[in-house]
Design a protein around this ligand. Structure first.
Ligand code: NAG
Ligand code: NAG
Length: 321
């Protein structure tokens, strides 16, 4: 109890320190005007091969911005002297898509060497994942710089996700400037997400706020023992379509993760009415989602002389001789 309130206090302290910095839609207009079309083109190929990669990249974007900000810090590999974020407990076996970002970055580097940051590429790739799977679109302001180091222990929004209860999460997002409506809309990203067996096993075998036929059908993919790392779609009705089916599922107690089903209790929970709204009207979901994700992609960004444009997203640039 004391430990968890200490964690919450630290979290709130960290959350207050963020600010939105200056980005612009035409940041690369002179230096790499084709950057948006390159990323879109690569994303089309990536999604054609593996539609599940869309959800992975949105998730990766979340795990990047949710720590210190959208600065591509999560993309840094561990080095012999510095442990990075991708091997931290919150990310291990949970984040995917690093190769997809490498693929896009390689093409961008070929056409515009040394110009476009990994943080911008990840943010645009997340947007194009959503658009490519039938979701709404929006313009991504650009000009993020890449971090010079990983932030392995700075948990922030991502930490809130793991402390866990709905009230804490709503508060954590509120301190970052997100309304409850926006927070709930962001969780709608799960409409294209996948989750590992270990993250929902307890729910499908032991919990009661779950539709019994859904639990049974899911148990086939996640036996009591084994298949720990197997991933299944969170929205099993339309797994690779960005739509409001995720919210419809929640109203039928077909949420895969605890954190999903907590959003809709059917007993007047803090997000119940919002879930009902999005479930009845996809346009309302899309409208709140685009407002929220646009803000989300600007959390704690580095601009101007802060950070650098990494040549290889996996490592900081070599010092200039
Ligand atoms: C990640 O998966 C590997 C292999 O299945 C396992 O050994 C490791 O403990 C997992 N790590 C976490 C943090 O779950
Ligand atoms: C449903 O959501 C839309 C978009 O956020 C909002 O404008 C509207 O007021 C909401 N309706 C209800 C009944 O909450």
């Amino acid at each position: 109890m004391a430990f968890s309130s200490l964690l919450q206090w630290c979290l709130i302290f960290v959350l207050f320190r963020s600010a939105f910095a200056q980005l612009s839609e035409d940041y690369y207009a002179l230096t790499c005007p084709q950057v948006n079309s390159i990323i879109k083109d690569e994303m089309t190929n990536i999604l054609r091969k593996e539609p599940g990669m869309g959800g992975s990249l949105v998730h990766l974007h979340f795990h990047d911005c949710g720590v210190s900000g959208c600065d591509a810090s999560i993309l840094l590999d561990d080095t012999p002297s510095v442990a990075g974020e991708k091997s931290a407990a919150l990310n291990q076996n949970s984040t995917w898509g690093y190769e997809a970002i490498d693929q896009i970055k390689a093409r961008v580097e070929k056409e515009c060497p040394g110009i476009v940051s990994c943080a911008d590429i990840l943010t645009v790739a997340a947007r194009d994942s959503i658009v490519g799977l039938g979701g709404p679109t929006w313009t991504v302001p650009l000009g993020r710089k890449d971090s010079l180091e990983p932030h392995r222990f700075m948990t922030n929004l991502l930490g809130a996700l793991f402390i866990g209860n709905l009230e804490t999460l709503i508060l954590a997002f509120k301190l970052k400037g997100f309304s409850t409506e926006e927070f709930v809309a962001l969780t709608g990203s799960h409409t294209i997400g996948r989750a590992r067996c270990t993250t929902f096993r307890k729910r499908i075998y032991e919990e009661t706020n779950i539709d019994p036929s859904f639990a049974k059908a899911t148990q086939v993919h996640c036996p009591r023992q084994g298949n720990d790392g197997d991933r299944i779609p969170i929205d099993c009705t339309t797994p690779y379509v960005f739509d409001n089916a995720y919210f419809k599922n929640l109203m039928q107690q077909k949420g895969l993760l605890d954190i999903d089903q907590e959003l809709y209790t059917g007993k007047g929970g803090p997000a119940d009415a919002i879930v009902a709204n999005y479930s009845a009207n996809q346009d309302n979901f899309f409208k709140e989602y685009t407002t929220a994700i646009l803000k989300f992609g600007q959390i704690g960004v580095l601009t101007g002389n802060d950070g650098e444009v990494r040549i290889n997203c996996r490592k900081v640039n070599a010092p200039k001789a």
